[in-house]
Design a protein around this ligand. Structure first.
Ligand SMILES: Nc1nc2c(ncn2[C@@H]2O[C@H](COP(=O)(O)OP(=O)(O)O)[C@@H](O)[C@H]2O)c(=O)[nH]1
Ligand SMILES: [Mg+2]
Length: 448
């Protein structure tokens, strides 16, 4: 997510971070570089200028808070303004009280509507324990209805079968009737793609909207699509009110411009972000968390949400227990942790959510790749229970046996055992180190 932009911005701040004074010339130069980084990331010129103007007007604040250096204060100002430009607070799904909430999902073809509909069904049923019914009115492609059906089967939501021979309004009528009769909390309606320059498609969706009068209309945009998606939103929002945006494919190599500018350009809040192709890869959009990520300050809270979303409660208990240990942390615990890290998207997704400073200081995190995960699992599985519990007894002859059983060389076994020792140390520090706030947060969540 925004790798290039984050790299540029952290480079800019790194150059000034050690300075206890900031001269006007240096401030100007820094702001100029920030603007250029934003423009490279496809942020619109209007927004980049607006952003810089805000920062300039706050510059005097950089000298007021004497607890921090002017450069630290400048970073804080940038963080605050970046958060504001993305809408400050998160916007949640508008559930109606004790009655059916209807939500249509619209947007351009291929933007990720069907995938997002299913992800949203999963999120709403899992996080809020709501009863969800999902229907497709994409009658132009049988494959589209089947695609949604298959995705919904992976969730706790129910699917309302429609087919290509039906009329759109007829499908909606039947789905609404069932949803009301069976006391569903939410009806999600996935639509066929609309292009904002295609008159008949606009008319069609307008008719649907007028018929349903949905409580939520979510517009899906592909974060790689650039400024054109902003024009589409503006056009649709003129015809009927959009209540929120789902920004998809933020896991791809997107430059980030749309994420930064769409709220300020359209006044419509981003409600959710799509961060992968899996059913659980939809997150509530938190402007401050994203701003921190862009500035290389890490996103520990999203990491914690990820852990909650992807790991079952029972497994979470196991993880909490292993983290509680200090000296008694053994290879069985290591195996549990490795499996969980694999689940939350591997070490790469973890690294991107940690503050840059921690990553740099932590070679242990940098050096485990996907292949190593598989090998570590194989290695531990070839060990006896006694070896797992007291790794110190694993001397040469045991290593030779483990190597034979797992197909992993002795050299690699040595490396992985070293990684285990590193992890053990991290966990020991996690338990001791009160100064490190970020690990504190993870620890508090895992241990409480
Ligand atoms: N990597 C990634 N792919 C996504 C995301 N959302 C959707 N996709 C993919 O984008 C493609 C189009 O998605 P689909 O939901 O069928 O789009 P629709 O035509 O708007 O319904 C599919 O291959 C999806 O798997 C996302 O957040 N990340
Ligand atoms: Mg679709």
């Amino acid at each position: 997510m925004f790798n290039n932009l984050t790299k540029k911005i952290t480079d800019i701040f790194e150059k000034i971070s050690h300075r206890s004074h900031l001269k006007e010339k240096k401030i100007k130069e820094t702001l100029r570089k920030i603007k250029s980084a934003l423009l490279d990331a496809d942020v619109s010129l209007i927004i980049a200028d607006m952003f810089l103007k805000k920062i300039k007007s706050k510059i005097s604040e950089a000298y007021i808070n004497k607890n921090f250096s002017p450069s630290q204060n400048l970073i804080k100002i940038v963080l605050r303004e970046l958060t504001k430009i993305m809408g400050s607070k998160s916007h949640l799904f508008n559930f109606l009280l004790n009655q059916l909430t209807i939500c249509t999902i619209i947007g351009q073809p291929g933007s990720g509507k069907t995938t997002s509909t299913a992800k949203l069904a999963h999120l709403l049923s899992k996080k809020y324990k709501k009863k969800i019914l999902v229907v497709s009115i994409d009658i132009y492609r049988p494959a589209a209805i089947l695609q949604l059906k298959r995705l919904i089967q992976k969730t706790k939501a129910n699917f309302f079968q429609s087919n290509c021979n039906q009329k759109i309004i007829e499908i909606i009528k039947l789905a609404m009737l069932t949803a009301k009769k069976k006391k569903y909390d939410v009806l999600l309606i996935d639509t066929a793609g609309q292009i904002h320059t295609n008159y008949s498609k606009i008319k069609e969706i307008e008719k649907v909207q007028n018929y349903i009068k949905p409580h939520e209309t979510l517009f899906v945009i592909d974060s790689m699509a650039g400024q054109d998606s902003v024009n589409a939103i503006k056009k649709f929002n003129k015809i009927f009110t959009l209540s929120g945006i789902i920004l998809t494919k933020l896991d791809s190599d997107t430059r980030g411009g749309v994420a930064l500018s769409v709220r300020a350009l359209t006044k419509i809040p981003i409600k959710y972000i799509g961060v992968g192709e899996k059913i659980y890869d939809l997150q509530i959009f938190h402007p401050e968390r994203i701003a921190k990520r862009i500035l290389g300050m890490g996103d520990v809270l999203s990491l914690i949400d990820d852990i909650k979303n992807k790991i079952k409660d029972k497994e979470l208990d196991l993880m909490k227990n292993t983290t509680k240990k200090g000296n008694t942390f053994n290879l069985n615990d290591f195996l549990v942790q490795i499996k969980q890290i694999k689940k939350i998207g591997g070490i790469e997704s973890l690294i991107h959510k940690l503050p840059i400073s921690i990553i740099n200081n932590n070679s242990m995190l940098n050096n485990i790749d996907k292949e190593s995960f598989i090998k570590i699992e194989a290695m531990i599985q070839s060990m006896t229970e006694k070896e797992r519990k007291t790794p110190s007894i694993i001397k040469y002859s045991r290593k030779k046996r483990i190597s034979k059983g797992s197909g992993i060389t002795i050299q690699e076994i040595n490396i992985y055992l070293k990684k285990f020792e590193n992890m053990k140390n991290i966990i020991k520090n996690l338990n001791k180190n009160k100064k490190n706030k970020i690990f504190e947060k993870i620890k508090n969540y895992l241990i409480k």
